[in-house]
Write a protein that binds this ligand. Structure first.
Ligand code: CA
Length: 355
């Protein structure tokens, strides 16, 4: 009797000791990005997120980030996360609008929300719920991954004075905005990023859009183009994290929460990092190339773009009930929030111009 009692005590002591010294399980995830290893600040978002996750989890969750040179499929992120080759992805939703049109509006829409309005929509007004709904059929979760802010309308060799100046113009402008430009007579081309500088320099194309000062400066377009037009087509381009649902569900609850918090914090970090870099880059460009003319498209051209936008939205809305639901939701939210944007940031800036 006594020896049995001792045995039990001994067994419990051993169990307790082993639980104290047992190594905690380490979870490992793999993430594929669309971006190359030097695409700052885009590539910084997932890298920063992985570093935060490692620290916050005390090394229990490790995320390996593969740039596009590693997996060679920069536009195949959704497929790879869906298929389980990768647990996570960092990219932009509108890249696969050809495969699933429902994913189109979660990056940005022409004449749509600014970054702040869109974050308000995602986190406070039901945008996130709609995004999960759109990705549910792929068994993938999606979260905002960092924003470029207002993108510039692009670099042009000639001034655009009327709608007629767009006819026959050869321009690189992808996505829904490209469809709008095509509607207005632009010959839209899509070239690989590495070919853009030479194409613009040699006149193979007359214009192109990329992002904004922070990323355009590295491409060198300011050295060869005369006009830099202000934005209309990507007023707040959000990148997206994708997470394979199975991989996510395998994580303990605390690691799931750490992952969600780190994705959100890294998205904000990328947004402000890009804002900072754009300020620096614009100053540098204008100092070194003071003859660059910064222009807004004239009213006639903007009105034409808006008209084409309305028309094409109607056409695309007919393709999917869910897409229509999201576009309508965004539009009604914009109506609700825009008066405040105009009364706050817009009037403040207008009345306090630096020159
Ligand atoms: Ca762009």
């Amino acid at each position: 009797m006594k020896s049995n009692f001792l045995k039990i005590i001994l067994t419990f002591s051993l169990l307790f000791a082993s639980s104290l010294f047992a190594k905690e399980k380490v979870y490992k995830l793999k993430l594929a990005t669309t971006w190359g290893p030097t695409a700052i600040p885009l590539i910084d978002a997932p890298k920063n997120m992985a570093a935060m996750v490692k620290k916050m989890s005390n090394g229990r969750l490790l995320i390996k980030v593969d740039a596009s040179n590693k997996h060679k499929a920069p536009l195949g992120i959704l497929d790879m996360v869906k298929g389980g080759q990768y647990d996570m992805g960092h990219s932009t939703s509108y890249f696969w609008k050809g495969k699933d049109i429902d994913t189109l509006p979660f990056t940005t829409m022409p004449f749509g929300m600014t970054a702040l309005e869109q974050y308000a929509w995602f986190y406070n007004a039901g945008g996130m719920k709609l995004m999960q709904k759109a990705y549910a059929k792929h068994k993938v979760l999606s979260f905002p991954g960092g924003n470029t802010g207002v993108q510039m309308g692009g670099w042009f060799q000639k001034e655009i004075k009327t709608l007629n100046d767009l006819k026959g113009l050869k321009m690189r402008i992808p996505g829904f905005a490209g469809e709008i430009m095509a509607e207005l007579g632009v010959l839209v081309t899509n070239l690989a990023p590495g070919e853009l500088y030479t194409a613009l320099e040699r006149g193979t194309i007359d214009a192109l859009e990329w992002v904004g000062p922070s990323m355009d400066i590295k491409m060198g377009f300011h050295k060869i183009a005369s006009y830099y037009y202000t934005g209309w087509h990507e007023p707040g381009a959000e990148t997206q994290y994708l997470v394979n649902k199975k991989s996510f569900n395998k994580l303990p609850k605390d690691l799931q929460e750490i992952l969600i918090v780190a994705m959100r914090a890294s998205a904000y970090d990328m947004f402000i990092q890009n804002y900072h870099l754009s300020g620096l880059a614009l100053g540098k460009m204008l100092k070194e190339y003071p003859n660059i003319k910064i222009k807004a498209f004239p009213k006639e051209v903007m009105d034409g773009m808006k008209k084409a936008n309305t028309l094409l939205r109607e056409v695309v809305s007919k393709k999917s009930a869910l897409l229509k639901e999201v576009l309508d939701h965004q539009e009604s939210y914009l109506k609700q929030v825009r008066p405040w944007s105009e009364m706050s940031d817009y009037l403040y800036l207008r009345d306090n111009l630096t020159k």
